[in-house]
Design a protein around this ligand. Structure first.
Ligand code: FEO
Ligand code: CA
Ligand code: CA
Length: 702
């Protein structure tokens, strides 16, 4: 329901909580950054002079977006599995900018707050779509935390929803498929009487494994509004759970079946079980969902007893090679032996991939694409380049890790024939993987780590995409193609990729082809022996993060060179180290720790946050990114305490914005029995998906 924002400080804990650090990334901040390579930093890189350019108009197939209802003009159809296929489509729509609305974000921003509620601007409403434990498969009861079982959880909506995709179902704009990631679990907020991971029963460990993975849920529009809800009442043929417990995947690409991926349970190295720590993702123009396997390291024990030659490869991914049970371990080896690397050292290599799920084919086996490399994948977002090849942009979310892109060998085939879709489903199985090397155009002496703009008035410069591997050919000396793909971080080290401040979501605008990456933060930047600020990561002890804008040379998303700038350097606008594209700072909202990005049909940039360091709950923001309103950032929404704001997803008709409220109440000391948040139902905290819409039915934001 809509609430007037009330500025009440209801809880003492603020920002990224210690509990979040433990569960989300295995206390990564307490450990050395795994990148110990001696790569040159930005200032060392040759500055190739490139011309800065303005708006790039995407070519004929360069602007694809999923649309709804009447906006759909071109479709890539997928046959429905168990229900008549009439009009069931993934709509790849050539999108023209809504010129009349471009940049017109007229909502009144909400103020920062710490309310245990979901807050939206006046004139908007919000509702929970689905929450942890809601049944999505038949024959399972709703959530009962005192009698939860792995079998029940495998048929219920999972925990800690992160990425959201909302794909049209049918052509009338009334039904859709929600696809959600379930990144990790908070056992202390799930089980009554929780004391420690070690004290969990094996069945409870299996519940946690079943609560990881992904969900597909059929939705229906509520009346003619922007509200959506699950379709209930009978078997929904598209509804699906993908779990860590038992769902088989298939490896594709050059590393499939390689020796690095073979285990006792899978001697062919082709069929991993489950997907792990799925963070963000993307929706492809052919109507599938990509999902990034991120902090998989925290689920393994026994790295101390792994073969000596493997230890550097494990350590580069944050897996302890000195301690049998690292602090914060999930202890999943008690339920499934494969998580003990002393026994199954290759099991860890079967995670850290981009997975692709076809929600229109509920019986299809999801795939892990080795051609897209292996790192702590935040997600992947695809655009069709002018030459028809598809380009996926990806971030490796770790302090001092890298930006990547993948270019397919084959070209996207438009149209809604079954043959076209079959073809497009293969696009991510072969191609070329690049890593970014970035340089600034200002003298290094002008980048003093304070955030002060250099004398040319901008943090900006040029960059190159360094080819790592193309098909079965490696471009990295001393590494085979399979090694480059399986140990991609080491390949990035070897070629001198640029160390960034935690690259999270990386997404191209389908209107302009420009690419936007959220650099969440890096409090180690410039601290002690850690690398100092550079023009692309210009603040030491960077606690608030920034947005990186990348413009491919010639407007060609397959280009091997680009220009870049930082349109937003986050924080309190009163802080002189912040920058909002030169916009009047008195008119912008404070923002901290950008994580996920999205676009509406007018091309406005939506940014969600994780770990706000400005004494407010996390939230969702929007700004125009072209024209005179560029940098006019306004806060649209806040989530309850302890939660991060995920998703977000703006539907193609601009009438609904979905967000995933992940880990509400995740605050040190809080438990299920003594919760720090009771959102959304008033009893205890539950991760949930929320939809917001405009009460008068108009487009969101404008
Ligand atoms: Fe799962 Fe990079 O946040
Ligand atoms: Ca500059
Ligand atoms: Ca994230």
């Amino acid at each position: 329901m809509t609430e007037e924002p009330r500025l009440l400080a209801i809880l003492g804990h603020r920002g990224r909580d210690a509990k979040t650090c433990l569960y989300r990334c295995g206390n990564a901040c307490d450990h050395p950054a795994p990148n110990e390579s001696a790569n040159p930093y930005l200032g060392d890189v040759i500055n190739t002079a490139l011309t800065r350019r303005g708006v790039v108009r995407a070519g004929a197939v360069g602007a694809l977006v999923l649309g709804f209802g009447a906006t759909a003009t071109a479709t890539a159809s997928a046959p429905a599995a168990a229900e008549p296929a009439a009009g069931s489509t993934a709509q790849a729509v050539l999108r023209e900018p809504a010129a009349d609305r471009a940049g017109a974000l007229t909502f009144k921003p909400i103020p920062p707050n710490e309310l245990d509620s979901l807050i939206v601007p006046n004139g908007y409403d919000s509702a929970v779509v689905i929450r942890w434990g809601d049944p999505i498969l038949p024959g399972v009861p709703g959530l009962d935390v005192r009698h939860q079982t792995a079998q029940r959880q495998s048929a219920q909506f999972g925990y800690n929803n992160d990425f959201l995709g909302v794909l049209p179902l049918g052509r009338d704009g009334r039904r859709a498929l929600l696809v959600a990631n379930h990144e990790y679990t908070n056992e202390e907020l799930m089980f009554p009487g929780f004391t420690s991971q070690e004290a969990l029963t094996v069945e409870q460990v299996k519940v946690a494994m079943a609560a990881h993975g992904m969900s597909v849920v059929e939705l229906e529009r509520v009346g003619g509004t922007g509200q959506w809800r699950p379709v209930g009442g009978r078997l929904r043929p598209y509804n699906r759970r993908i779990t860590m417990l038992e769902t088989p995947f298939r490896f594709t690409g050059p590393a499939a079946g390689s020796a690095w991926l073979r285990t006792a349970a899978d001697p062919k190295g082709t069929t991993p079980i489950g997907t792990l720590n799925n963070c963000s993702g993307g929706v492809t123009p052919w109507g599938t969902v990509l999902s990034g396997e991120e902090n998989f390291n925290q689920y393994f024990v026994g790295g101390d007893a792994a073969p000596a030659e493997l230890k550097p490869r494990l350590a580069r991914y944050g897996i302890s090679t000195t301690v049998r049970v690292p602090a914060g371990s999930r202890r999943w080896e008690r339920a499934q032996e494969r998580f003990d690397l002393a026994l199954h050292p290759n099991e860890a290599h079967r995670f850290g991939w981009i997975v692709e799920v076809d929600p229109y084919e509920p019986g299809s086996r999801p795939r892990k694409h080795t051609a897209m490399g292996r790192f702590k994948h935040e997600g992947a977002n695809v655009i069709v380049a002018r030459n028809g090849r598809v380009v996926a942009y990806m971030g490796d979310d770790e302090r001092f890790d890298y930006l990547y892109k993948f270019v397919s060998d084959r070209e996207f085939r438009p149209g809604d024939s079954a043959a076209a879709r079959r073809h497009n489903l293969t696009l991510l199985e072969s191609g070329t993987l690049y890593v970014a090397k970035v340089t600034g155009d200002s003298p290094a002496a002008e980048i003093d780590g304070s955030g002060k703009l250099p004398s040319d008035g901008a943090f900006d410069g040029t960059g190159r995409w360094i080819k790592l591997v193309s098909g079965e050919r490696s471009y990295v000396p001393g590494m085979s193609a399979v090694e480059v793909l399986t140990f991609t971080r080491l390949a990035g080290d070897a070629v001198g990729a640029t160390k960034m401040d935690r690259p999270e979501d990386v997404q191209p605008s389908l209107l302009t082809g420009k690419v936007y990456a959220a650099m969440t933060n890096n409090t180690n930047r410039g601290v002690g022996t850690f690398a100092a600020a550079d023009e692309a990561n210009p603040r030491n002890a960077n606690k608030h993060g920034h947005i990186f804008e990348l413009v491919e040379d010639r407007g060609d998303n397959t280009a091997e060179s680009f220009t870049w700038s930082l349109p937003i350097v986050c924080g309190d606008p009163a802080d002189p180290s912040t920058y909002f594209a030169g916009y009047d700072k008195s008119a912008v909202s404070p923002i901290s720790c950008p994580d996920n990005v999205a676009f509406d049909s007018a091309g406005n940039l939506w940014i969600s946050t994780d770990g706000n360091q400005l004494d407010s709950n996390d939230g969702l923001f929007a700004t125009a990114i072209e024209g005179s309103e560029r940098g006019h950032l306004k806060q649209f929404l806040t989530v309850p305490p302890g939660a991060e704001t995920c998703g977000p997803f703006v539907t193609g008709d601009d009438r609904s914005v979905f967000v995933a409220v992940q880990h509400p109440g995740e605050i040190t000391g809080a438990t299920l029995d003594d919760p720090a948040s009771t959102w959304p139902d008033g009893d205890f905290a539950k991760p949930a998906v929320v939809v917001t819409w405009r009460l008068d039915g108009g487009p969101i934001g404008s």
